[in-house]
Design a protein around this ligand. Structure first.
Ligand code: HEM
Length: 446
């Protein structure tokens, strides 16, 4: 009998080790094997600078944005099992797309929760990507070789907004229809905007053709581009030498010895010789009397922190989705405009600007801002290269006093956009007249 139990244990072990090819001891070798033998973990480095795990380095904002994207992908696929991108009227006299929303609310198991989660994660992602960009700039992490990753990030930011916007139309309710109508009217003002608008809508106006185009962009084209760009963004972080950090961190607290792991197999990270192959390849001198190592294993400290942020994001999203329903108004009616007709909140700054002057507010200012922000690191680099007095960038330091002017301007831009959005959401009523927030009637901006 005992023999049988032993054989069963042995068989179980063999199955386990065929999947998990490492133990969980405290040796450096195991800590590195855990990282590079796991499909999810291997995109991260085995060793990271100790600064990486400090909360103040990133505030977790890029990670939160990533997890919002994951939540959107998962809930989005679930919703796709049910949704139909059609404006054809069903037996109940309602457009198919809209009656699917009503079904999700009442008849589909967990449908309401999935829709809420998808909606709130979409808004959350737009907000967190903006905060992430702010933190990157205020810590000077857009420079020091990271300029191109900043550009990739900007494209990701624009895609995030566009992804959210294409999804906005899908419920085919009044909110969706008039919100998208307003947005695409703004596009008309740009040079060549009418052509882009035509391609996007597939017709002269927002209708069934626009719905199917927005749907394909929303569920296939944009997420695929976004997934690829996120992977590139992460890859660049590694190639740019990890997260930005101050040039000299030697004065900061040292890493406890335990984080280096027991070194049993010294052929992996500690060389018995005074040089390593990688140093020869880089052309460095052999290291002699090197300063205390600032690099630590990513396993387990970084991974546990990442997991905690993940759980936090999911708990928060679930909580919000249980208590707050995603809005749904009456079915889209192209003959009955809502008044005011407001774009989604992240476009309300733009809509507010266009209310002063269509071309300057809707195209020139946002175009200059978006284009300027995208090439900002290169503008700074230009000044640095040609002016002897221009202050150098200080990477990895929050609010570096040498960059007070740049930071103040960047924060000023955020405050300007936020103020416009707040005016658009709370202080604009019928016919875009100024009102107090308590006089507000439903009309979009969500
Ligand atoms: C879908 C949108 C985005 C995702 C999922 C994303 C994700 C991330 C993650 C996970 C990191 C690692 C550090 C951290 O957690 O903060 C990071 C770093 C970085 N991101 Fe993003 N990001 C996005 C958009 C942006 C935008 C809009 C910008 C700027 C315009 C940007 C610029 C950067 C830069 C320069 C770094 C390196 C920062 C450093 O070295 O400290 N990213 N991103």
């Amino acid at each position: 009998m005992n023999e049988l139990i032993e054989s069963a244990k042995g068989y179980g072990n063999k199955i386990f080790t065929s999947i998990v090819k490492h133990g969980f001891d405290n040796t450096g070798l195991t800590k590195s094997k855990i990282m590079f033998s796991n499909v999810l973990l291997h995109i991260q480095p085995v060793k990271i600078h100790k600064r990486t795990v400090k909360f103040k380095t990133t505030l977790g904002l890029g990670l939160i944005t990533t997890y919002m994207f994951v939540a959107l992908a998962v809930t989005g696929v679930v919703l796709m099992f049910h949704y139909v991108p059609s404006t054809a009227l069903g037996p109940d006299g309602l457009p198919d797309a809209y009656s699917r929303m009503l079904n999700l609310r009442s008849n589909v198991f967990w449908g309401d929760f999935m829709r809420n989660m998808h909606r709130w994660a979409a808004h959350g992602m737009v907000a967190f990507v903006a905060l992430h960009m702010l933190r990157v700039y205020l810590t000077g992490a857009h420079r020091g070789g990271r300029e191109f990753n900043w550009v990739i990030g900007c494209i990701l930011g624009l895609l995030t907004v566009f992804l959210s916007y294409t999804g906005y139309l899908l419920p085919w309710d009044q909110l969706a229809f008039w919100g998208v109508k307003v947005g695409t009217e703004i596009a008309r003002l740009a040079p060549g905007g009418a052509i882009i608008r035509g391609i996007l809508l597939g017709d002269g106006d927002v209708g069934g053709e626009a719905l199917i185009r927005f749907y394909v962009l929303h569920v296939a084209v944009l997420p695929a581009i976004m997934g690829g760009l996120i992977a590139w963004h992460f890859w660049r972080i590694r190639k740019d030498g990890g997260l930005a950090r101050p040039a000299d961190t030697s004065g900061e607290k040292q890493i406890p010895d335990a984080d280096f792991g027991e070194v049993r197999n010294n052929s992996v990270f500690k060389s018995s010789r005074s040089y390593k192959l990688v140093e020869l390849v880089k052309g460095n001198e052999p290291k002699v009397n090197e300063e205390v190592d600032q690099m630590m294993f990513a396993w387990p400290k970084l991974i546990i922190r990442e997991l905690l942020v993940f759980v936090g994001v999911m708990v928060l999203l679930s909580f919000v989705s249980v208590f707050f329903d995603a809005p749904l108004e009456g079915p889209a009616d192209p003959t009955y405009p809502t008044n005011p007709a407001k774009a989604p909140w992240y476009f309300l700054g733009l809509q507010e600007l266009t209310s002063y002057d269509g071309f300057i507010g809707g195209i020139v200012i946002p175009g200059l801002l978006a284009g300027g922000v995208m090439v900002l690191p290169y503008i700074e680099m230009f000044f640095e290269s040609f002016s002897k007095t221009y202050r150098k960038n200080i990477p990895g330091v929050w609010f570096a006093k040498e960059r007070a002017l740049e930071n103040a301007l960047f924060i000023g831009m955020y405050i300007f956009m936020l103020a416009l959005i707040i005016i658009g959401v709370y202080f604009r009523g019928e016919n875009w007249a100024i009102i107090y927030p308590w006089e507000q009637v439903a009309g979009g901006g969500h």
